[in-house]
Design a protein around this ligand. Structure first.
Ligand code: KG4
Ligand code: ZN
Length: 414
């Protein structure tokens, strides 16, 4: 764990005058009376600088986001110091844009909610440092947010979903299955033993040099794979899904990435091209890797559903499965999950794609959830630190593995 003062505080400390100027730049509406709670959410845990203002009823009053995807695509991955600098360059503008769009005065905010865990240390530090300055100036309560909890609860902003429900969070940095029993009550059923699926897709996309593909040059790796896969044949190769024998809900994606790399090298030889050029069979490779990933995700989620039903942790009928995170914006993965939920009498709910990837709305909404539940609202910000690593909820994945539930085969005709 890194301490804020030792890192971000040294590099990023907006002066008091700057904060006052920032606050003065808003049009104050002294006569306006807001009956609802309103939260400003700030997100900088990875490579998006995002902010949003959301009210108690789930209305998004204002939103702004600066994505670093294009910059990191050029460097072939996220360089933490570059991400940190970009957050510093943009955070003030982004928060200002979200607040201006909301047309509220900062004094009307009920609280400021900010992601403080888990994530890249240098990135988290910028958001936390900025937020604490603002909290101090505005004299508002501060709500520290767990990034994965925020992803998990986003669905309650868009749909009427009661606890408990199962959540599958699949993104570039995370891969986990959890039972959500309350606003801050999570049981962790399984997680990736190595890399996350989005990271795997990003690495495959880089190895395929999809940045040079005219249709994909500005897309994230995962999006590029989804786009190309539509033109490809998934039966072109046959890759075995990972962890075939392990009867738990854990995931693994490194093996899939390595097998795919070998196929790419073989194809490069066959096509007589060098690494760095786009293969003519890139679409087939994209389709195969996407399909194998989807089948693996479905199998582990299937076991989680069966485990929760066996233990009466979820209702036997109409249990809800929520899929969120960047990879859950993939429509092939969503269709695969739909096959699963139809077969298990569950309902699949996914936030719209723009709320699946990192955004400020989910952080502000988590702030609203916490305000309503009276959980984790801080009036004293002394000693607040960010936590780059932080598990989600109570880990019962060992118990899930010990149950060794056999999962029936599903026909994956997507
Ligand atoms: O949730 P997110 O914005 O950030 C975190 O990792 O927390 O997810 C980003 C990840 C990236 O790895 C990106 O390649 C992947 O989500 N992604 C996708 C799609 N769009 C973004 N993966 C598959 N299909 C997509 N359409
Ligand atoms: Zn995320």
């Amino acid at each position: 764990m890194l301490i804020l003062n030792k890192t971000a505080g040294v590099f990023f400390k907006p002066s008091k005058r700057k904060v006052y100027e920032f606050l003065r730049s808003f049009n104050f509406h002294p006569g306006t009376l807001f009956l609802h709670k309103i939260v400003l959410g700030i997100e900088t845990s990875c490579d998006d600088t995002a902010a949003a203002v959301v009210d108690e009823t789930g209305n998004v009053l204002g939103e702004a986001i600066h994505s670093q995807t294009e910059v990191h695509l050029k460097t072939g991955g996220i360089v933490p110091a570059v991400a940190q600098q970009l957050h510093r360059d943009n955070i003030q503008r982004i928060v200002q844009e979200a607040l201006s769009a909301s047309r509220i005065s900062p004094s009307d905010l009920s609280a400021i909610a900010t992601t403080i865990k888990p994530g890249l240390a240098l990135s988290l530090g910028v958001g936390l440092s900025f937020s604490l300055q603002l909290v101090g100036q505005l004299k508002k309560p501060f709500i520290p947010i767990h990034h994965m909890e925020a992803h998990a609860l986003t669905i309650r902003l868009t749909n009427k979903v009661e606890f408990p429900f199962l959540v599958l969070l699949i993104s570039g940095g995370h891969c986990l299955l959890a039972l959500v029993q309350g606003v801050s009550d999570f049981l962790l059923l399984g997680k990736s033993l190595d890399i996350a699926p989005g990271d795997m897709l990003d690495k495959v996309a880089r190895r395929l040099s999809l940045i040079k593909h005219p249709e994909c040059s500005t897309m994230s790796g995962g999006k590029a794979i989804e786009h190309l896969a539509k033109q490809g044949n998934r039966f072109h190769f046959d890759i075995k899904p990972p962890l075939h024998r392990a009867k738990n809900c854990d995931f693994s994606f490194t093996g899939l990435q390595q097998v795919t790399n070998k196929r790419i090298m073989k194809k490069e030889k066959e096509e007589g091209i060098e690494e760095g050029q786009v293969l003519s069979s890139a679409a087939d490779i994209a389709a195969t890797v996407q399909h194998t990933m989807a089948c693996h995700i479905v199998k582990r989620t299937h076991r989680a559903i069966l485990f929760c039903k066996q233990r009466d942790l979820l209702p036997q009928n109409n249990a809800v499965l929520v899929a969120s995170g960047g990879v859950a914006s993939n429509f092939y993965v969503r269709r695969a999950l739909e096959i699963l939920t139809n077969a298990t009498q569950c309902t699949l709910l996914c936030p719209p794609p723009r709320l699946c990837t990192d955004n400020g709305i989910m952080i502000a909404w988590n702030g609203i959830e916490r305000l309503r539940a009276g959980l984790g609202i801080l009036h004293d910000i002394e000693g607040i630190r960010y936590e780059p690593k932080c598990p989600l909820g109570v880990d019962i994945s060992k118990e899930v593995g010990e149950a060794a539930i056999k999962v029936p085969q599903l026909k994956m005709e997507i």
